[in-house]
Design a binder for this molecule. Sequence first.
Ligand code: NJP
Length: 251
Amino acid sequence: KGRVALVTGASVGIGAAVARALVQHGMKVVGCARSVDKIEKLAAECQSAGYQGTLIPYKCDLSSEEEILSMFSAIKTLHQGVDVCINNAGLARPESLLSGKTDGWRTMIDVNILALSICTREAYQSMKERNVDDGHIININSMSGHRVVPSSVVHFYSATKYAVTALTEGLRQELREAKTHIRASCISPGLVETEFAFRLHDKNPEKAAATYESIKCLKAEDIASAVTFVLSVPPHMQIGDIQIRPVEQVS
Ligand code: NJP
């Protein structure tokens, strides 16, 4: 309550649900994405619902380091800094290894790995300069960061999520070496019904719809409740990774 949280990719899907849940819990949330109009709408909804916290929409293209750094300096001016960083923004492009386009691979690296790493570094520096010892960095990973599914369209995406697994564990170790009590966790969902598959199969919306109709999927709110759980555990407890799959998901 009263803590400042940055949620990346807060315009739709999991990020929007996480931002809403944190505002409901009384946090001062900065939600960023490119479609800032959607976050403005969410902020208005949170306000009319009478939630205790606040949501400040911030327009940021996370594939630009410059824009990320400007956002952190705006947060410093507004709220002194961040106490919690939820690295949620992410995407998959249908670029296989044998015939995928380099640009598609690069977009995934830029957002899924680089933006997450830059936000992590900036959030840590912000906590350090304000002596925030109970900060928390949570990465929204994927089950694809733990096993490779036999589907060429997501192999490269999966590789970026394996990187998130390594980065979260590496971060945990670096935080220990830095002798701080700031915590690092990740949450690894299976299939969640959001715009994710529609963006992946943007040329084939029927395929995206079929993905979500194939089984009873998770809801974005299920992942948001995992985030609030991770943030609620006592300070001596650190959740490493929570893997959450729909009951009907096989792989
Ligand atoms: O995806 P979606 P989810 N700059 O597509 C933002 C992981 N996950 O909520 O800029 C800034 O509905 C985008 O904002 P906008 C997944 O890998 C999901 O399902 O306005 N923001 C939007 O807010 C990801 O890490 C599933 O377009 C950028 C958000 O990211 C996380 O969950 C399964 C951006 C994407 O919303 C959230 O995904 C799984 C940029 N350049 C893991 N590019 C699943 N849904 O099934 C994108 O295992 N965003």
